[in-house]
Design a protein around this ligand. Structure first.
Ligand code: PEP
Length: 261
């Protein structure tokens, strides 16, 4: 079985300008250093807004921080007349390692459907970025279809039709738990993550399923993270609100300490 390194991701959403970004990244890196965080036991990735990426990349390089960098979206196209869109080529040039695709806020406010999420996933692969593909059901879908039907369907749609499936990450985020303070139980999160892995295995083979990191996201805090990561089916967390507080996010990244308690 592949050892999957836990993945701790902070989605800043549309918060913090490039100057505020410097302060947060410095505080986060220093806090992790003060607590002797071992990045080989939990990878820590920040996803700032586009306008912060260059600043954060320069800071990470200059200070040799071990944090990794991701973007919150990318275009399905590589270049051309797509005003306001950002090419994966530009993100790769900025040394971004990861890109969020299909976050529920993109699906909801920008009408991103499964075929666009698939095309964006292909664009990420073309540019050597690791897509973090976000899937999850709304409250209404939970009531009509149960917890795993929609996330499994969205996962398989995003992964369909690629010649080679390069490494990718899946983030299971029940829409009803994002920014609401309502949290899925650790058991609920683990069950859906396991169903997603089984579906990947059935469609793409045991090797891909075994190597893929599947995260939980939705109102994660330092106080509840350990419960989610206690399960072998959950390989990390995607954190929104709590990632804007350096100490809180550092506490989430150091979840192994809470597990040991
Ligand atoms: C998110 O934005 O992906 C998220 C999970 O947000 P929050 O942690 O604030 O619920």
């Amino acid at each position: 079985m592949t050892k999957r390194i836990p993945f701790i991701a902070g989605n800043w959403k549309m918060n913090l300008d490039h100057q505020q970004a410097i302060a947060l990244v410095q505080k986060l890196a220093w806090s992790l250093k003060d607590h002797n965080h071992d990045y080989s036991t939990a990878e820590v990735v920040v996803f700032p807004p586009f306008t912060d990426l260059r600043t954060v990349q320069t800071l990470i390089d200059a200070e040799k921080f071990e944090l990794k960098l991701g973007a919150q979206d990318l275009s399905a196209h590589d270049s051309g007349a797509y005003t306001g869109d950002i090419s994966g080529a530009f993100l790769a040039k900025l040394d971004a390692n990861f890109v969020l695709i299909g976050h529920s806020e993109r699906r909801q406010y920008h009408s991103e459907d499964d075929s666009l999420v698939q095309a964006k996933t292909a664009a990420a692969f073309r540019h050597g970025l690791t897509p973090v593909i976000c899937v999850g059901e709304t409250l209404e879908e939970l009531e009509t279809e149960g917890a795993s039907a929609v996330p499994v369907r969205q996962t398989l749609a995003a992964l369909a039709g690629h010649e080679v499936l390069l490494p990718f990450v899946i983030a299971y985020e029940p829409v009803w738990a994002i920014g609401t303070g309502k949290v899925a139980t650790a058991e609920e999160a683990a069950t859906v993550c396991r169903k997603i892995r089984e579906a990947i295995e059935a469609e793409h083979g045991a090797g891909v399923a075994d190597a893929t990191r599947i995260l939980y996201g939705g109102s994660v805090k330092a106080a509840n993270v350990a419960g989610f990561l206690n399960s072998a089916d959950v390989d990390g967390v995607l954190v929104g609100g709590a990632s804007l507080d350096a100490e809180e996010f550092s506490g989430i990244a150091r979840f192994q300490k809470h597990l040991a308690l």
